[in-house]
Every structure is written in C-alpha cells, then in structure tokens.
Write a protein that binds this ligand. Structure first.
Ligand code: ADP
Ligand code: MG
Length: 585
C-alpha cells in the first residue's frame, strides 16, 4: 500500500540531507541571520551543540504573521517564483532549513521587528508547532535549538564527542566570518567566550585572528577583474602550506562553497612552489552576476556550478600565479636582481665574532672588492649570459661562503645572500621534472662497480625493478649470492655514495606500506632522494661546484624558491642596510 508521508516525516528525511550535525545547524542559522541583515551575531553552544545551540542576531526579525511559517517546509521569503532561482543573491532560498531543524530538535524563536512594541515567541518540538505568544525581546531574532536529534536516535548516535563537535563549529564560524567583515561575531562555548571578532576588520586582520598570527605579513594580495567577474583576497606564502586542504577558502558571491575545478585551478598555480602532498592556504572572494552561477546543486548549498567554468578557472589560475610570482622576492626588470618584501628580514643586533681571515678565505683572487658597480667586477666575460637570470651574473662574481651554507655576493648596491642548499634543491627538482617530461637521463658510470650485500628479498626486488631503475639512471647487475653490483648512478646524485643511495632507496620502500611496484612510485622516490641529497649533503661545496650550480640555475623556471617554497635568495639593499645600522630611519 502506497501512503503519502506526513509532513513531519518528510521534514525528517529532508533533515537527513541538510542537517548532519550541530555545525550544519549553525551554518543554516548563521546564513539566515546574514540574510536578515544582521550586523552582530552571538552564537552560544553547550556540549558542542548537542545540548544547545542559541543564535542571537540584530537582523530584521520575524513579524507575528510570519512566525508560524518559520518551521513550515518550503516556506521562504527569499524566492517567489521559478525565475528567481536563476539569480539568487541571498544565502538561503530553499525554505527547508528551519523545517528540517524543527522536525529533529526542540526549537524556539523569539523575535521582534522594528516598529512593533513587543516581540513574539513560538516553539517547535519535533515538528509540533505552538501558537505565537507575545514576549519581551530586542529587535532581531533569538533562535534556540535544544537536544538535536532527540527523536531520531540513529542520527544522534553518529554525533561525536562535544569537544569534536565544538571544534567543527568554531572552525565553521571562522570560515564563515570571512563572508562578511562588517559582521561582529561572538562564539561562546559552555558559557565561555572563545571567539570575538569585531566588525569592520580588514580581511588580513580577520584571517590572522582566525587562522594564525603567522599569516600576518605572509599574505600575498590577489586582484583581478574580467568583465563582471571580480576576484580579490589573499593567498598565503607557500611556506605556510598545510598537510590538509582546510584553508583553501574560496567565497563565491559571499558564499563559502566548493567547486572542484576552481580548486584545481588554484592548486595548479601553487604547484611550482609546493612539495607533493602539501596544500596551499588561500582566502579568495569571487563576485560575479548571480545568473552566472547555479547554487541549487546540492541541498546543503555547499557545491555550485559556473556557467562559464573555463573563464572562472582561467582567471583564478592566472591571478594566483601572478600573485605568487610577485611575492616577497620579486624579479625586477632593470637589474634582473631580487628584492625582499618590506619588513621581511629582521636584523639581529649585536656585533658578531668575525674570524680575522673572513674575507680572505673564499677565493684565491686577491683583487680589491669593487666599491661601485663597475666593469671590473666581471672577472670573466660571459657574452652568452642571459640577462634575464640574476644568477648568470652572480656566477662570475666573487663570493663568500659562510656556515657552509650561504653564499654572499655583492650585487648592485646591495648584498645578495643565497641559500646554496635551497638553490641546489630547486636545480635538482626541476631537472627531475624535466626528465619526466621526456628528456634523457644522465648516468654517471662507475669506473669500478660497487658491490653491495643485500637480503635475498631486497635483491630480488631490485632486480625485478631493474629496467625501471635503469631508466632513472640507476644501473645494477646481479653479482653472486646475495651480492649486487652497482654499475652506474644518476649523474645528478653523483655526490652521494652509490651504496648509500641504494640503501636510501630501499629504506624508502620499507617505510611505506608496500614496496613500490609502480614506476611512478620509483620515480617519486628518486625525486625525493634528489631533494634530500641536497639538504643532507651539508658539506662545503667547492668553488667550481658553486659556480656550476649558479650556472645551472639560469635554466630554472622558478629560481627564487626551493620546491618547499623557501626562498633561495635574499637581497639586502643599501637603504635596508642603512636602516639596520641606523644610518637612516
Ligand atoms: P530559507 O533561508 O531557505 O528561506 P529557512 O528555513 O532557513 O529557509 O528560513 C525560512 C524563512 O525564515 C526565511 O526565508 C526568512 O524569511 C525567515 N528567517 C529565518 N531566520 C531568520 C532570522 N534570523 N531573522 C529573520 N528572518 C528569518
Ligand atoms: Mg536559510
């Protein structure tokens, strides 16, 4: 027998889609308050919202006539006819949230609109509606949700501990707080205020307050406009990349929503600066005409669809790539040199202990240091040097190697400091990438094969992967018994001992849950070995090696950062030094 379900059951089913946990209730209620024009919002929760969620806003409020409709499904003030669906400017439009919440919790609303001398109160418990009664209350709305899922025990069992639900709510509110910087927002947890965001903050301030002080000064502005599309906001310095994607925040017409293609476009722009498995942080606002985006894709309105997806993705990618390229270390056209973003490097006061031979050590050439930029600084003429690369010129200069790590050069009216390991890493990284794009591998053949003893399992594994290893420049042969002969290693890794390389490769294989069978995994392993070998080396590079490193850097696509996003070069200009030495304020 087919029956039409009673409305309460229909709403409970709908609640299954929209209301999953306390944080989803908070999301819907905050959206409603924003739609009602609230300028100040207080959210109170008890036991992670399992016991109580209370939201107090100073928005337009409900009139007495509207109150009984609040918990009725498909009742909304934001949509009147079908055509309205094509250009939704409000956050809500489905008229479903309050009906859903009212069917699975004990709710009450007290509300007053401007011009009425008293407010009114209504209750809805598991779908049972009371009649509105007058009550005293300020203009705006106070909405309470108690004992969420009290009548749907299966749902209630899926809730996490109060502390976990509370963390979700706090994170949600911080993310939502970027939707409207003029909104003052307070979160109180078990009668303790844990979040207090003043209205009228700048986006930078709010981001730093919510997501970490380290973001202050590490936010790179992004700005772009194409036709009616406007993009603004910040991407965080790739140094601050995370292990998860929870700070990839893109707001579309003030709505926090996800679109996979848009996310991929932004990640793509970050790729050159990030290591595998890291996620960028960004806080971007995209505004476009409401008829250019479909927000009615999913009941929770968390996904949407762009009419012109390509345009959006292209715009996001270009704007982010441009922002990142201009960050901190910028390549200036005139000198092909690098400059440091304002306020970035900090000088420490106090005079260092200088060894007396400091300036004599690095080079045998005893020419006087040039006082001014002049032709004499060019030791060898190098007509083929690409003027576009800051490194090509540096490769010909005198330098000082300090701490076995930094190279100090005199630039044009500035001091240039290179982190040789960071730069080395970048060289190796791009070389590996180029190789994956089909360039042949350079192999360093060993004059005398190095024989290593291995466990039978390891040996068998290596021999089975022999062809793939050879493609990566690692040449091995069966020797005898448990022994294996290394005939050649990737030229890039020639600084490492062949046996140590093999060892490191195998260790990587055991660390993971399975031996790498796939070619990709092997390539990846070489890649990370290359990067680590640069860091692990830790030893002093000879002058010739340094010069060849600097020359190799010319070819780089992204010479300014290592693959982890750390800078390779810092530049201290004359005026900056003068400020450090208080010659100038
Ligand atoms: P929707 O937001 O999709 O319209 P809801 O069920 O969330 O549906 O809300 C139903 C209606 O209740 C809204 O259209 C709005 O008119 C009214 N409403 C909800 N919350 C508030 C609030 N905080 N202040 C004023 N009106 C509200
Ligand atoms: Mg709503």
């Amino acid at each position: 027998m087919i029956r039409v379900l009673p409305p309460v059951v229909v709403n409970q089913i709908a609640a299954g889609e929209v209301i999953e946990r306390p944080a989803s209730v908070v999301k819907e209620l905050v959206e409603n308050s924003l739609d009602a024009g609230a300028r100040s919002l207080r959210v109170e929760i008890k036991d992670g919202g399992r016991e109580l969620i209370r939201i107090i806003d100073d928005g337009a409020g409900f009139s007495v006539e509207d109150l009984p409709l609040a918990f009725v499904s498909h009742a909304t003030s934001k949509l009147a006819e079908l055509g309205d669906l094509d250009h939704i400017a409000s956050l809500g439009f489905r008229g479903e949230a309050l009906a859903s919440i009212g069917s699975v919790a004990r709710c009450s609303i007290r509300s007053r609109v401007a011009g009425e001398d008293s407010g009114h109160e209504i209750h809805c418990e598991g779908g049972e509606l009371s009649t509105p009664k007058p009550c005293g209350c300020p203009i705006g709305t106070q909405l309470e949700v108690r004992e969420l899922f009290f009548n749907t025990p299966a749902r209630r069992r899926f809730l996490k501990r109060g502390s976990a639900e509370r963390a979700r709510i706090q994170d949600l509110l911080m993310r939502m707080s970027l939707m409207d910087l003029d909104l003052a927002l307070i979160l109180s947890v078990d009668d303790r205020e844990v979040l207090n965001l003043p209205s009228g903050e700048s986006l930078e301030d709010r981001v730093a307050r919510c997501f970490g002080r380290e973001l202050r000064g590490a936010l790179i502005p992004v700005q772009r406009g194409i036709e009616d599309y406007r993009l603004s906001g910040f991407v965080a310095d790739p140094d601050l990349a995370r292990r998860d994607g929870t700070r990839e925040l893109l707001y579309i017409n003030g709505r926090l929503a996800r679109d996979r293609a848009a996310q991929q476009a932004i990640r793509q722009a970050f790729r050159p600066y990030l290591i595998h498995g890291r996620f960028p942080q960004y806080f971007l606002m995209l505004d476009l005409p409401p008829d250019q985006v479909d927000v009615n894709v999913h009941p929770s309105k968390a996904e949407l669809r762009f009419l012109q997806g390509r345009l959006v993705c292209g715009m996001l990618h270009a704007a982010v790539a441009e922002g990142l390229a201009s960050r901190g270390l910028v390549q200036t056209e005139s000198s092909g040199s690098l400059s440091v973003a304002e306020g970035k490097p900090r000088a420490h006061s106090g005079f260092p202990d200088l060894p007396s031979d400091l300036f004599a050590r690095p080079t045998e050439r005893q020419e006087p240091l040039p006082l001014q930029k002049s032709a004499t600084t060019r030791v060898d003429a190098a007509p083929s040097a690409e003027p576009s690369s800051p490194f090509s010129e540096l490769a010909e200069r005198q330098f000082l190697q300090i701490m076995d790590l930094y190279l100090v050069f005199e630039g044009r009216d500035e001091m240039v400091v290179i982190d040789q390991h960071a730069l080395h890493e970048r060289v190796l990284y791009e070389d590996f990438k180029a190789r994956q794009a089909g360039k042949p591998v350079q192999v360093q053949r060993l004059l005398v094969p190095e024989v290593v003893s291995l466990s039978a399992g390891d040996k068998e594994y290596l021999l089975s992967a022999r062809a793939i290893l050879a493609e990566e420049g690692f040449l091995i042969d069966d020797f005898s018994g448990d022994d294996l002969a290394i005939q050649g290693i990737p030229a890039l890794l020639r600084r490492a001992r062949p046996a140590a390389l093999l060892e490191s490769f195998l260790r990587g294989g055991v660390e993971g849950d399975a031996r790498p069978r796939a070619k990709e995994a092997i390539v990846e392993r070489f890649h990370s070995m290359a990067c680590r070998s640069a860091i692990m080396a830790g030893d002093r590079l000879g002058e010739e090696e340094i010069r060849s490193l600097l020359l190799a850097s010319r070819e780089l696509d992204h010479p300014h950062h290592c693959p982890h996003g750390r800078p390779t070069v810092l530049r201290f200009g004359r005026s900056e030094l003068e400020r450090f030495f208080r010659r100038r304020v």
